[in-house]
Structures are given as C-alpha cells and as structure tokens.
Design a protein around this ligand. Sequence first.
Ligand code: BMX
Ligand code: ZN
Length: 334
Amino acid sequence: MTVPSKRACAAIGIDLGGTNLRGAVVESGKLLGKPVYVETPGRPEKIVDALVKLIEELLAEAQAAGLDKDSICGVGIATAGVVNCDTGEVIGSTGNLPGWAGTKIREVIEARTALCVHVENDANAAAYGEARVDELKDLHCIVVVTLGTGIGGGVVFDGKLLHGRGWAAGEIGHMSISLDDSRLCTCGLHNCWEAYGSGRGLLATARELIAGQKDNDPQSSLSKEAELTTYKVFQEAKGGDRLACAIVRRWHEHITTGIVNLTHILNPDCFVITGGLSQACDLELLKQLTVEKALHNIGETVEIRASRLDTNAGLIGAAQSVIDEVGAGVPARR
Ligand code: BMX
Ligand code: ZN
C-alpha cells in the first residue's frame, strides 16, 4: 500500500447509495472537479469493480489537475449499510443494497488500488462532513438526517461521530413510529420511520391516499398515473393539486415524527436535512410541526437547517475521515 506523504491533504471521496455511486477528489474540504456519477450495479462483485474503476478515473483526473499519487491520502467510501469502521466491512444492509452485507470493502479496495481506504456509513460520513462546516463546528450535538431511497442518520457529539457498540448508531431510519404493521420496510421490519419518510414511504402514502379517494372527490391527475414517482407527486403539489398537497403534507408529518423522537432523546443543537429528497422538504413546515409536537421549550430551541454541502456531504465527509486518519497517524475510528 502507498504510504501517503505527511503533506498530503487531498483524498478521493465516494458516496455509494442504492441508486448511484458518486465520486470526486476532495482537497481542503472542497471538490477538485465536478462529481462523477455511475449507476450502482445490482451485484456486490460488480459494485466493487465499479468502485475500483471510479477510483482509477478520479486518480487520473487528480493527476491531470497537477496532483501526484503521493498527494492523495487515500480513499474515503461512504456506503449505505452498517459498517465496521475498524475493519471496513459492511456488517448489515437492507434490501436497498441486496447482498452487500459481508463485503470487506476496505480489504478488497486496498488490495486492488494500493491506497489507504476508510469506510463509513453514508449518513455518518455526511454528518462528519456537515459537522466541519464553520457555523456548526462548535456545536455540542448535531443530527444529520439523509432523506433519499432510505432514511439515514448520523449523530455528532463534540465533533465525534457516534458509532455505538455494534456500529449501528445512527440507523435512525429503522426507529419504529407506528404499531399497525401496515408498512414493511426494506430491512424486513414493519413500522420503520424509513417506510414513511423516505421516497419509498412517500409513494406508499400516495397509494394509500389515492385508494382512499371517494368517487365524488375532485379527481387528481395522480390517480391516473400508471407509474407514480416522487418527482410527479412534488410537481403536482407545486401546481396546487389537492391530493398531491395532502400527500406531501402527510410526508412532512411523518418526517416530523422521527425528528420529534430524536429531539426528546438527544436534545440536539440542530438537525441538518440532506439527501436527494431534502430539496423537496419544507424546513419551515418541519420546524412548525416540531414545535407543535415536541415538549414545550425543546421543540422551540432545536434548529432545523438545510445542508451546506448538499448532495456531496457523504463523499466530502468520507474523504475528510481518511485525511484525518492519515493525519493522526493512528486509526481514529471510534
Ligand atoms: C437505509 C440503510 C442505511 C442508510 C440509509 C440511507 C442499507 C443499505 N441502508 O436505512 O444504512 O444510511 O438507508 O441510505 O442498509 P440511502 O441509500 O437512502 O442514502
Ligand atoms: Zn427498517
């Protein structure tokens, strides 16, 4: 494995989600070029091949920009799933990445690229990246919520990520928010927050509300959609479609339920909302609903902020963690 030079302060960051792999070279907390996207292949071996190919591509891009291989600290990989950061192995995964659990990402990528690799859960990596942003770096407790294919989370206390005994701290998408067993999550459990507040959850809510419509209700164009998409629901809501507005409102109520639970457990300084669906989220409405549903004085004081790093939070945080690890000279994973 290449031993990075002490001066190295750039790293490759990759965010591996259920839909895309997104990678970039990160230097001093900023992207060197535009992020490169690849569709996430369906099988674990193919995902590993795609990771290696992406790393080679990004190394070439770094070299073209004047960085030699020695100035690259290593590769930070943010992946959906529960990750043992000491070994870099995925130890748990939902149906969003079938068969991914058991993949020794660090071992195989280090062997194939001769670079140092740090692997972190995607939402934890996003939280690590966001918590370094100037306005947040001195706060005591930050909770990052990623709204996308699933709901991910990362909790940062005094600048350090919470990992938990079995590395599953922050798997907030799987907190139970119902008792009626009507929603099956991709993790195999019922009633998970993710089954309501993620993109898939929004579509499940849409199907329920469409099915509950009465014949004499004003007809929504969503009822005629052969294939519902989150995009379509948000578009129709923007155009004032009443059913679409009701679906989006219910989605916000579902998201608020998780935020209120976390507020009572952690009493954080702030929540940062990120992920592919965060742009569709009305943060003022979330705050208003949180104040309504949380204990007096707790809901009022918690901030709900938009992400500063946007959809690059995971890859920036992952790159930063490998830079910090190499800088510290010792594995500083917990
Ligand atoms: C799921 C779970 C989390 C992940 C979250 C967000 C898997 C494969 N994923 O709850 O580990 O953080 O989704 O993932 O187990 P995303 O794909 O929506 O970004
Ligand atoms: Zn679940």
